[in-house]
Design a protein around this ligand. Structure first.
Ligand SMILES: [Zn+2]
Length: 467
């Protein structure tokens, strides 16, 4: 089609203020300049504090040079000026469960190094942690190619292969004990992954060994759990826990050590969030600085009675996949057919209560399942779902930016709109507090390079899900 990834036809690079970029990719930028001034804009800065109106942000090279009231800001001579009256600027989104692959329809799976990377960036996601790799070398190489300006995409924190038990799917490492866990972690740490992800059927002994070895190697571990409860994982030293209530089996009455109790979520519709059991989970996580990752969008896909899927999803997907996803969404979401709306509401309540207790909540899309939550577009839907969960707009922005940066240990670089930070920013049409949606994303700055969201989307329309 338009561009063949990884085959460099002409290795001509241009130097932009934010770094070098393959020349043929510069057609996707919205504006270029050594200095760019975003004027008269409303800023929700990622700290969770109240928004500021009438702001001017000066971007020089890959940095935010200044930010403050337009009336008191001197615009440097020669700056490219974008008058953003009627727009909102937020920090670039940091997706903490943002796979570089996608599963869609009935059993399809594809590494989306080309379309997924563009779709993340076009949607405002400037940093991803992949949180489970099907092809770890594809991720390590993709990360490098993006950093070198050869491929368009977000900053990547790569993950090793999933670590699970003998019941796990064939694409994962089916651990046969703690020693293997250590060996696998050592190998991939040396190869350059930043994180590991443990999955559903891992045992406590294997998880403990993986965490210990990862920490020795200077990398971290998160998990989508079931056979191990959250409090057990915290005691083993885990760094992050994925999917909130949906992956915490420790409240199930039939939970046995090292076993994943089937259907445990069905009992959660009436879970008392104020109960000592739930509060103990929150306290353990908070006391040990273990963050929770919200992935509401991938669960919403199968909940009965939810509103229809965003039409843009079907426009971006390859037509054959789009048709399958549409059919499946209709089947799953029919009243009484899919998963429980009460459990979905409880999962929202769980996340809000965790934050109220002082917990660190971040978010990610998890573009898996039957494919209704693709890269980027699903992150945008998470914004709406977190509002529905009861968070304010500044809180949601914080969860989706600064909190993710904290989990990754890069909060001194990105995650807030602040002088001196890397210029990773999203420009959204309209007043975000009023429109309540990130669908108006127009320009996405990563390292000071201003990507035109519409141009990026046009370049991948109809091929998402394939490559
Ligand atoms: Zn996942």
């Amino acid at each position: 089609m338009k561009y063949v990834p990884f085959v460099l036809i002409a290795s001509v690079f241009i130097t932009l203020p934010g770094g070098t970029l393959a020349q043929d990719l510069s057609q996707f930028t919205a504006v270029q300049g050594p200095v760019i001034a975003l004027t008269n804009v409303k800023v929700i800065d990622g700290t969770g504090g109240p928004p500021s109106v009438g702001q001017t942000i000066i971007i020089r090279g890959d940095r935010i040079e200044t930010t403050g009231p337009s009336s008191g800001t001197r615009i440097p001579a020669g700056a490219e000026i974008l008058d953003l009256t009627g727009h909102t600027v937020i920090p670039g989104l940091i997706g903490l469960h943002n796979h570089s692959y996608y599963t869609g329809g009935r059993g399809r799976a594809a590494q989306l190094s080309f379309s997924g990377s563009r779709l993340y960036l076009a949607s405002g996601v400037t940093t991803i942690r992949t949180t489970g790799a099907r092809q770890p070398y594809a991720e390590i190489n993709l990360k490098k190619e993006i950093d070198e300006g050869r491929v368009i995409g977000p900053t990547i924190f790569a993950t090793g292969p999933y670590l699970t038990g003998e019941q796990g799917p064939e694409r994962m490492v089916r651990l046969e004990g703690p020693e293997q866990a250590r060996r696998v972690v050592r190998y991939w740490a040396e190869e350059g992954v930043d994180w590991f992800k443990a999955y559903t059927w891992i045992s406590r002994a294997e998880l403990g060994a993986a965490i210990d070895e990862a920490h020795r190697q200077g990398i971290k571990v998160t998990a989508h759990l079931c056979s191990v409860g959250y409090r057990e994982a915290v005691a083993l030293g885990i760094d992050n826990l994925e999917h909130g209530l949906y992956a915490n089996s420790e409240y199930a009455s039939n939970k046995q050590p090292d076993e994943c109790p089937s259907g445990f979520r069905n009992g959660y519709a009436d879970l008392d969030i104020d109960s000592p059991e739930v509060q103990a989970t929150f306290r353990d996580m908070i006391d040990n600085n273990v963050a929770m990752t919200s992935t509401l969008v991938v669960y919403e896909a199968s909940v009965s009675g939810r509103p229809p899927i965003d039409e843009r999803v079907f426009e971006m997907l390859a037509p054959e996949i789009a048709e399958e996803v549409r059919q499946m969404s209709i089947e799953f979401r029919a009243e009484g057919r899919g998963s429980s709306p009460a459990v979905f509401a409880k999962a929202m309540e769980y996340e809000r209560a965790f934050v109220e207790a002082g917990g660190l909540l971040a978010a990610g899309v998890d573009p898996t399942g039957y494919g209704a939550a693709p890269p980027g577009l699903g992150d945008q839907r998470n914004y709406e779902l977190l509002l529905e969960a009861g968070f304010t707009a500044p809180q949601v922005v914080q969860i989706m930016s600064a909190n993710g940066a904290k989990v990754l240990g890069i909060d001194n670089e990105v995650g807030t709109v602040e002088a001196g930070r890397t210029a990773d920013l999203v420009v959204i049409e309209g007043d975000l507090e009023i429109v309540g949606s990130l669908q108006g994303t127009k320009i996405v700055f990563r390292h000071g390079i201003a990507w035109d969201s519409a141009k990026l989307l046009d370049s991948i329309r109809g091929i998402v899900g394939i490559r």
